[in-house]
Design a protein around this ligand. Structure first.
Ligand SMILES: [Zn+2]
Length: 123
């Protein structure tokens, strides 16, 4: 029974059931992006919801009024938007259609809508 518990935790961790961002330190570090960086409205709204207020210009787009995202907040945005946002449920169980993998940066397997392509390049 103990082995089953360990396997379930491992499966959950690799199948999008556990967030892979550091909740405790997500506001630490320099901002990388801001909510104004994104073209897709959903990404912009999610970034605005979790991002930090700051009067400093964004290092990517230069906007001062966008909510700023640290590395961990950017990971949180990816997790919430792409992983949790693509969970497909069936009668028995479900899974996330999209997973993020930082080791495959700029090497995506997914085909996204034209308005989302520039945003995916940023992330
Ligand atoms: Zn920006």
């Amino acid at each position: 029974m103990n082995n089953l518990k360990i396997n379930l935790e491992k499966i959950a961790a690799t199948q999008g059931m556990h967030p892979y961002y550091d909740e405790e330190h997500k506001y630490e570090g320099a901002p990388l992006l801001c909510s104004a960086c994104f073209r897709d409205e959903g990404l912009r709204l999610n970034a605005a919801k979790i991002g930090m207020k700051s009067d400093q210009p964004c290092p990517n787009c230069g906007a001062v009024d966008g909510r700023k995202l640290t590395k961990e907040l950017t990971r949180q945005l990816c997790y919430q938007f792409f992983v949790r946002g693509t969970i497909t449920k069936f009668d028995y169980g479900g899974f996330a259609l999209v997973q993020m993998n930082e080791y495959r940066y700029q090497n995506s397997d997914i085909v996204v809508s034209p308005w989302l392509q520039d945003d995916v390049q940023l992330l």
